[in-house]
Design a protein around this ligand. Structure first.
Ligand SMILES: [Zn+2]
Length: 207
C-alpha cells in the first residue's frame, strides 16, 4: 500500500497512531481511532479564542511578576515577596545556575511561548498573511511546551505555604492569583489548540 504524502498524515499526540488528515466540516471534531483523543477541530472561531487566551495569560504573567506574591507576618516582622525576590533569594555562589534555571522555567519560557503564539496567530485571526517567521515562532512555542513549568512552581509554593502557615501569618498576594490564572488559562489554551489546522493555515498563507 502506498503511503499518502507526509503532509496529509496527522499523528495522535497521545498514542502516535497515524491518521489521514481530511478537511473537516466547520464545527466538527476528529478523534483518534485508537485512544479517542481529539485530533483535529474545525472551529474557525477557535483561533481567535486561543489568541485571546494567550493575550490574557501574557498580561496575567506580567502581573504575576510585578505584584507581591506573598507576605509573611511573624513576631512583629512583615515581609512581602515578589516572584523575582523569591528567585533572587538563591543568588549566592553555587546556587546561581539554579537562579537562572528557575527564572527560565517559570518566567522566561512561559513568556516566550505566549509571545511566540501571539506573534504567529495574530495575523491569522485577522485573516491576514502570516508574519515573517510565524512558522518558526509557532514551532518554538510547541517545542518549549515541556519546559514551561509555571504550574510546578504553583504546586511547590502551595506545599511550602502549608508548612509555613503554622509559623507565620501568611497573606497571599495578587501575584499568586495571577500565576494560578496563568496556569489554568495555559491548560485551556493548550487543550483548544488544533495544531494541524494552525500549521495548515500557516502553510496555506505562505504558499
Ligand atoms: Zn491516540
Amino acid at each position: 500500500m502506498a503511503l499518502p504524502p507526509l503532509d496529509d498524515l496527522v499523528a495522535c499526540p497521545q498514542c502516535d497512531t497515524l491518521h489521514n488528515a481530511a478537511t473537516l466540516p466547520p464545527g466538527s471534531r476528529a478523534y483518534c481511532q485508537r485512544c479517542g483523543v481529539v485530533l483535529m477541530t474545525s472551529q474557525p472561531a477557535a483561533m481567535a479564542r486561543i489568541l485571546s487566551l494567550a493575550l490574557t495569560a501574557f498580561v496575567l504573567m506580567l502581573a504575576a511578576i510585578s505584584f507581591p506574591f506573598l507576605s509573611l507576618d511573624a513576631g512583629g516582622l512583615h515581609n512581602a515577596t515578589s516572584v523575582i525576590d523569591a528567585i533572587m533569594a538563591f543568588n549566592e555562589g553555587l546556587a546561581i545556575p539554579l537562579v537562572v534555571a528557575v527564572a527560565f522555567f517559570i518566567i522566561v519560557i512561559p513568556l516566550m511561548r505566549l509571545g511566540a503564539l501571539i506573534y504567529a496567530l495574530g495575523p491569522l485571526v485577522r485573516e491576514q498573511p502570516p508574519r515573517a517567521g510565524a512558522r518558526i515562532a509557532f514551532g518554538l512555542a510547541e517545542r518549549l511546551r515541556p519546559w514551561s513549568m509555571a504550574e510546578i512552581f504553583i504546586v511547590g509554593v502551595t506545599v511550602a505555604l502549608i508548612k509555613v502557615a503554622g509559623m507565620a501569618a501568611v497573606t497571599i498576594g495578587p501575584a499568586f492569583w495571577a500565576f494560578a490564572g496563568v496556569v489554568i488559562i495555559t491548560v485551556l489554551k493548550d487543550q483548544m489548540i488544533c495544531r494541524y489546522s494552525i500549521w495548515e493555515a500557516l502553510d496555506q498563507s505562505a504558499a
